[in-house]
Design a protein around this ligand. Structure first.
Ligand code: FAD
Ligand code: 2HG
Ligand code: ZN
Length: 471
């Protein structure tokens, strides 16, 4: 697969010496200091950024993270915090020779309270593992995404990951009750809390939600889980125009109200990717647009009644042409796969330009058509899918390999367009390394300057995830 060459000038950091290795070994032990075969840590999920780190440290406690950072700060050694390395903006891998700080061994679930729904875990806990444990107690983690089997809670918090149920549960700024973070100088900031309500001064935890490892290393998280729904249904619908998609979304809110838990859009080119790459069966085919609508409620009979009324209404008005609905676990999973595997299938196409944008709902799909027209034969696939219910589009433009010609055709046009309609150039994946030059399209100079001041305050030597988020 293609990797773009990034010409980055190495920052003025120290380089690793024998004494550093000896110190780190005294902290994490020989077995958790990795110097060979670092490919998996140096290359990101999309295989579009490759660093050249010579050292990976795998601490097992907050104290070890603290000792490592204190030392790195004094020595001016740059550090790249890494969770499950599923990030999509090149934030999780080193750009030059930063030390990779893997949180994988901080993987303990600390407690889950079945009465309050509060779960606390270490940062390296894999999302799916926490969710499975929560489900044993009748709870669910209020966050679900296609990378759940590899991504870490700490990575989720650091990227403020959105995912498939933001529509229902809101984002992590709401569900995270507390964090513990280690600052660049090694200070441990204990902001763990078991309460939703805590207005004691500045809400510092929010600094670590979505700051992509540039302000501190998250070591613990406490979050409010939701009760597991007694009844769940998924419908997969075929529609013939985007106008019908919008009307169907409006109606889904009206008819399904509080039981609506997800509303996703998949266009024909996106569905084609997951169906063909993974040899899946789509229950319906031949439409330009598909919607996946999920409900989670407490009474299967009532929910089904509501769902049927919604579907009948849509079909009578001719907004929904065809569809299938199921409450069977296996069948629901099959339908979800059609959606969740789209991004994985797309990287198999070759090189993929990915845009994760918030757009006003009425203009949500227009950019996909504009880009189809603009890139023409240069692309093998232009597709749009994503979290329609949150106004978050995933625009993907695939080609056999990266060329300057297609790159120039797409950028900065996509960002200018997004900025003109007052959208966001990163709805949920973050800025990382790949989007830092485009931050200006969504943030004013004054806002960027405040971000810089904050960075300077918390990480004056800029050792934490350099070359990311800010230029
Ligand atoms: P990493 O990729 O390892 O790191 C991401 C960033 O966080 C990096 O900047 C890293 O330095 C920093 N970081 C990681 N751990 C810590 C820590 N403990 N302390 C400080 N900084 C840290 N994202 C969404 O928002 N919604 C989706 O629906 C979604 N679906 C996805 C589907 C697939 C198939 C894939 C591959 C990715 C998807 N993503 C999605 C992107 C990604 O999975 C999420 O952003 C996820 O939250 C990253 O978690 P991670 O543990 O893999 O973090
Ligand atoms: C999703 O919603 C992810 O599937 C990935 O956020 C989106 O890769 C993408 O474009
Ligand atoms: Zn997404």
């Amino acid at each position: 697969l293609t990797q773009v060459r990034h010409n980055v000038k190495r920052g003025n950091y120290a380089t690793l010496e024998g004494k550093d290795i000896a110190f780190f070994e005294s902290i994490v032990g020989k077995n958790h200091l990795v110097q060979d075969d670092l490919q998996g840590y140096n290359v990101d999920f999309m295989r579009s950024v490759r660093g050249s780190s010579q050292l990976v440290l795998r601490p097992s406690s907050t104290q070890e993270v603290s000792a490592i950072l204190k030392y790195c700060n004094e020595r001016k050694l740059a550090v790249c915090p890494q969770g499950g390395n599923t990030g999509l903006v090149g934030g999780s891998v080193p750009v030059c020779d930063e030390i990779v700080l893997s949180l994988a061994r901080l993987d303990k679930i600390l407690h889950i309270d079945e009465i309050t729904g509060i779960a606390a875990c270490e940062a390296g806990c894999i999302l799916e593992n926490l969710d499975l444990k929560a489900r044993e107690l009748g709870l669910v983690v209020p966050l679900d995404l296609g990378a759940k089997s590899s991504c870490h809670i700490g990575g989720n918090v650091s990227t403020n990951a959105g995912g498939l149920r933001v529509l229902r549960y809101g984002n992590l700024h709401g569900s995270v009750l507390g964090v513990e973070a280690v600052l660049a100088n090694g200070d441990v900031l204990d902001l763990m809390s078991d309460f939703k309500k805590d207005n004691t001064g500045y809400h510092l935890k929010h600094l670590f939600i979505g700051s992509e490892g540039t302000l501190g290393v998250v070591t613990k998280v406490s979050m409010l889980c939701a009760p597991q729904s007694q009844a769940q249904h998924v419908a997969f619908l075929g529609l013939s125009s985007f106008d019908d998609v919008l009307k169907t979304f409006r109606d889904s809110r009206q008819f399904l109200g509080e039981i609506l838990s997800s509303c996703e859009l998949i266009d024909a080119n996106s569905l084609d990717a997951s169906v063909n790459h993974f040899k899946l069966n789509s229950p319906i085919e031949g439409y330009p647009f598909y919607m996946l609508i999920e409900t989670s409620g407490s009474n299967a009979e009532h929910d089904m009644e509501k769902f049927n009324r919604f579907l009948e209404n849509g079909m009578e008005k001719g907004q929904i042409i065809d569809g299938t609905i199921t409450g069977e676990v296996g069948k629901m999973q099959e339908i979800w796969k059609l959606r969740e595997l789209v991004p994985v299938a797309l990287i198999e196409d070759g090189f993929c330009f990915k845009y994760d944008i918030s757009l006003p709902l009425r203009e949500f799909y227009h950019i996909v058509e504009v880009m189809q027209e603009r890139v023409g034969n240069l692309a093998t696939r232009v597709c749009g899918y994503g979290h329609l219910g949150d106004s978050n589009l995933h625009l993907n433009i695939c080609c056999q390999e990266f060329t300057q010609e297609i790159y120039k055709c797409i950028e900065p046009f996509v960002y200018e367009y997004t900025s003109q309609v007052k959208g966001s150039i990163s709805a949920e994946h973050g800025i990382g390394f790949l989007k830092k030059n485009y931050l200006k399209y969504s943030k004013s100079p004054a806002a960027i300057s405040k971000m810089r001041e904050l960075k300077q305050l918390l990480d004056p030597n800029s050792i934490l995830n350099p070359y990311k988020v800010l230029n």
